[in-house]
Write a protein that binds this ligand. Structure first.
Ligand code: ADP
Ligand code: MG
Length: 320
């Protein structure tokens, strides 16, 4: 029987024989949280990128080195964690030193910017596959979980929506629109680490948008046992994404395409002013896109209609 990615994880990997009291949060969030000692928690996440699935074979290796680290730092950001260490597992079809030099250049340029040290990994031969594990720190009770959203909370999104999705359409030759910024969003996403840390104590829940806003906000809703309404007019769509949606009629693309790596988070109304003040100097745009509601499901208000978005978003294995 075919299973979706999340059903597969739930069915085979959540029910397990060992549970440690020091595991504050296990399977099911952007990172696991471990309380090893003292006032801090260790946040851990891992993400794999496979040629042909997560990146095109002709991708610039320097951009790839950046992206494979960025997507992991993005998961730390979604927990409000400060990045510290990474491991790198490389599976390579052959040893191409020019490729490796450029990959390492992109990887370490981003590592340097966020003060991240590479502490180990693994190197094997095989189809090009790259796995990074990232570790960071949060105050013991200060991490941002997916499960804290409450009815009435405001839903925010950093940056822009759909640019990476448009970049992919361009790279795949599926649109005549030209947009170098969209390609940069796809190939060199910027993890919102500083914003994530500023959200500690202010946001009630947070996730990074890797599989599309509809799917990822859906994870917050499921973990929190609530629903939400989004307002189409408030979505921060870049002009060229609006043009793509208008010309093709594919207005769902920015909501269902992955790879934005923006943060989607919820904020109790009482924290709104403090949050907006705190992020005003971050240099990252902030959009208020909707509200958490008591009844479950994800609804989009567009052109006077309420549209059900519960099925949008990317899942590995969903079409098997
Ligand atoms: P993200 O998009 O934030 O990286 P994923 O959607 O990849 O998260 O994974 C959802 C949750 O399932 C995460 O908590 C992740 O750690 C966990 N997970 C994914 N695959 C496995 C697995 N094979 N075994 C145990 N946990 C897993
Ligand atoms: Mg994530």
């Amino acid at each position: 029987m075919a299973l979706g990615e999340f059903e597969l994880i739930r069915r085979f990997f959540t029910d397990q024989p060992v549970k440690h009291p020091s595991t504050m949060l296990g399977v099911g969030d952007d990172c696991a949280l471990l309380h090893v000692d003292g006032s801090q928690a260790l946040a851990i996440t891992t993400d794999t990128m496979v040629e042909g699935i997560h990146f095109l074979p002709d991708v610039d290796p320097e951009a790839l080195g950046h992206k494979v680290l960025a997507v992991n730092l993005s998961d730390l950001a979604a927990m409000g964690a400060e990045p510290r260490w990474v491991t790198l597992a490389l599976t390579l079809p052959h040893c191409d030193t020019t490729w490796l030099q450029n990959f390492a250049k992109g990887f370490f340029a981003l590592a340097k910017r966020y003060g991240v040290e590479l502490i180990g990994g693994d190197t094997t031969r095989g189809p090009l596959t790259i796995t990074v594990q990232a570790l960071g720190l949060t105050p013991r009770n200060g991490a941002l979980w997916r499960s804290g959203a409450c009815p009435g909370d405001l839903i925010y999104l950093t940056g822009e929506l759909g640019a990476a999705g448009l970049g992919l359409k361009i790279r795949q030759g599926r649109t005549a629109i030209e947009d170098r910024t969209a390609i940069a969003h796809l190939e060199r996403p910027e993890p919102r680490v500083d914003v994530g840390m500023k959200l500690r104590g202010l946001a009630s829940s947070c996730i990074d948008v890797s599989d599309g806003l509809a799917a990822d906000l859906g994870h917050i809703l499921e973990a929190s046992g609530v629903g939400a309404a989004l307002d189409w007019e408030r979505l921060p769509l870049p002009n060229r994404v609006r043009r793509y949606a208008r010309e093709t009629g594919d207005w769902r693309m920015p909501l269902s395409a992955g790879d934005d790596y923006e943060l989607c988070f919820t904020v109790p109304p009482a924290n709104r002013d403090q949050l907006e003040r705190s992020l005003a100097t971050s240099g990252v745009a902030l959009a208020l896109i909707g509200r958490i509601e008591p009844h479950t499901g994800l609804r989009l208000f567009k052109d006077g209609q309420s549209i059900d978005l519960s099925q949008d978003g990317y899942q590995h294995f969903s079409r098997d």
